[in-house]
Write a protein that binds this ligand. Structure first.
Ligand SMILES: Nc1ncnc2c1ncn2[C@@H]1O[C@H](COP(=O)(O)OP(=O)(O)OP(=O)(O)O)[C@@H](O)[C@H]1O
Ligand SMILES: [Mg+2]
Length: 360
């Protein structure tokens, strides 16, 4: 992998306005472990950037560096154009919701939520109004007098969210804030977070390892692996134009067919497959792979496979077709389309322009 790949700066974040947040060569090393390799990142005012990546890729470390909870090994951090690399946590004016929702154990739900307002000496009536609104938002209006230990993990997480949003910070860092919630509540809270983002104009850096959540929430996704940024861009850009097999695989299911470059084709164990029209130039014999989204696979084309699995998923069927080499392809069939049965032999193909030619 290119050694400079972590140094991605997009123009969009930097045009005209001062970035809300700028990291320059920021890095963190623990003993022999590079938790974060030197990286540059600019986040524009009001932007919603999601940091996405597998466990151990450096997401939490990046947020801790921005928050000021850990000292960087190298690099600098600017907030609103000011060098805040060595500013203590409580002077950065950043709202944080962390992976472990550290609530004050001896304060009730209501006291936890209004704590940031008391710190800022907000008048009593205003304090009560905003605390009530924040508790309503997370659906904990009737839990106000409980202590954190009397709440479930998901409820504690919601208290932490309310406590962050209640004082409307201009920069909010959230590390998997919805991790302990069930699916329905998670989706409700996603909508709430989006609404709060729109209403307050806050800049949000949000960490998740859930790619659907990242696609749904973000203006841009910062995809990380092994302590580096491997791709940074709008959700549709990363989804439609993954820069690597890792990105194709991590963002949504991708079908991957590996082989070597031949004359205008990729030679695979299942036969030659056409290269996409805009494929990057690769030398003959080079190892590469075609990545194709399940929704782009059609039941017609150069490959032959056998249906080995069929799962009904409400609005669609997800089929698995196994090729002679043993490679399986995921195919989507929506309601109304004809759906082959398990054991059926099918032809498979795609519009060549839908495939991406990628290397490791
Ligand atoms: N305090 C520490 N001491 C030593 N190593 C650490 C420390 N904190 C993090 N690391 C290492 O740094 C790497 C990145 O960790 P980090 O917590 O940033 O990952 P993450 O992307 O947030 O993962 P997860 O999705 O599991 O939360 C990991 O290899 C981790 O073991
Ligand atoms: Mg983490």
């Amino acid at each position: 992998m290119n050694a400079n790949v972590g140094r991605i700066v997009t123009a969009s974040a930097n045009q005209g306005t001062t970035a809300k947040l700028s990291a320059r060569g920021i890095a963190k090393r623990y003993g022999a472990t590079d938790a974060l390799l030197p990286l540059d990142l600019d986040v524009a005012p009001g932007e919603f950037v999601t940091v996405l990546g597998p466990s151990g890729s450096g997401k939490t470390t990046l947020l801790q560096l921005v928050a000021g909870l850990v000292e960087p090994t190298a690099g600098a951090l600017f907030i609103d154009g000011r060098d805040e690399t060595h500013t203590p946590v409580h002077k950065r004016g950043i709202g944080v919701v962390f992976q472990s929702y550290a609530l004050f154990p001896h304060l009730t739900v209501q006291e936890n939520v209004c704590f940031p307002l008391q710190m800022r000496r907000i008048a009593a009536a205003e304090l009560r109004r905003r605390t009530d609104a924040a508790l309503e938002m997370v659906g904990l209006g009737t839990f106000r007098d409980r202590l954190p230990q009397e709440l479930s993990g998901g409820q504690q997480q919601r208290v932490a969210l309310a406590r962050c949003f209640v004082y409307e910070p201009a920069l909010i860092l959230m590390d998997e804030p919805l991790g302990a919630l069930d699916r329905k509540l998670r989706e409700t809270m996603q909508i709430e977070i989006k609404r709060l983002h729109r209403d307050t104009g806050a800049t949000i850096v949000f960490v998740t390892h859930d790619q659907e959540e990242a696609l749904a929430l973000s203006d841009r996704i910062c995809l990380m692996n092994h302590g580096r940024i491997v791709q940074l861009g709008a959700p549709c850009e990363i989804y439609e134009h993954p820069a690597s097999l890792f990105a194709a695989d991590f963002i949504g299911i991708s079908n991957v067919l590996r082989g070597r470059i031949g004359a205008g084709v990729l030679e695979t164990a299942d036969g030659p497959l056409p290269l996409p029209p805009e494929a990057p130039e690769l030398p003959p014999g080079a190892e590469a792979a075609l990545a194709i989204r399940p929704e782009h696979i059609e039941l017609a084309g150069p490959l032959t496979g056998r249906i080995t699995e069929s799962v009904y998923a409400g609005s669609e069927f997800r089929l698995m077709a196994t090729l002679p080499s043993g490679t399986t392809l995921v195919v989507r069939r929506s309601a109304g389309q004809d759906v082959p049965a398990i054991g059926d032999e099918v032809s498979l193909g795609w519009d060549a322009g839908r495939a991406r030619l990628l290397t490791e």
